[in-house]
Design a protein around this ligand. Structure first.
Ligand SMILES: [Zn+2]
Length: 180
């Protein structure tokens, strides 16, 4: 690889971190409203054309994953269902619904922070974005700012468990008081 290519490659990696950081900022917005912290950004020609964070619980809608919200915004931005020259940055590996939507929208590239061992549909549990019989395949890169994405999810679930435990204890104490 010549020097120019090396420079291009490191520029892409720097850009990937820069945009993933913005996806993590989106995930934090979900965290603030008690949603599982997942965020997504769509970039086309160095412009952000879509962003989203998980709002499934708040809006009581099974389709309101961060990626779906970002894809809808990007479609509105470009005025069509195809999103050309686009890269999605997402903090957790997309599920089968979101991976399907990425193929439908013809997104070129997908950068993922963290694998999802339970529902990841971009190579972990199944692979919808690289399925050869489909008419479109997405380039996938894993592991950009993986630690930050993991830390956010881990903190969220630790707090959730703590809150549940406190609630159980409170209930137990109330019952204990009644018994006395
Ligand atoms: Zn999803």
């Amino acid at each position: 690889m010549d020097k120019a290519n090396c420079r291009d490659k490191s520029m892409i990696e720097l850009n990937d971190e820069y945009y993933m950081n913005l996806a993590i900022e989106e995930a934090k917005k979900a965290y603030e409203i008690d949603e599982i912290p997942i965020g997504a950004i769509i970039v086309s020609n160095d412009k952000i054309i879509g962003r989203g964070y998980n709002r499934k619980e708040s809006d009581k809608d099974a389709t309101l994953h961060a990626e779906m919200i970002a894809i809808r915004e990007a479609c509105q931005c470009v005025g069509g269902w195809r999103i050309p020259n686009a890269t999605m940055y997402v903090t957790l590996e997309p599920c089968s619904m979101c991976a399907g939507a990425l193929v439908q929208a013809r997104v070129n590239r997908l950068v993922i922070a963290l694998k999802d061992e339970k529902t990841g549909a971009c190579g972990t549990v199944l692979n919808i974005v690289r399925y050869e019989k489909f008419n479109h395949m997405v380039d996938v890169k894993f592991g950009v700012m993986e630690d930050e994405a993991y830390y956010l999810l881990r903190t969220f679930f630790d707090n959730l468990r703590k809150r549940k435990k406190e609630k159980r204890e409170l209930l137990y104490n109330k019952q204990a008081n009644i018994d006395f």
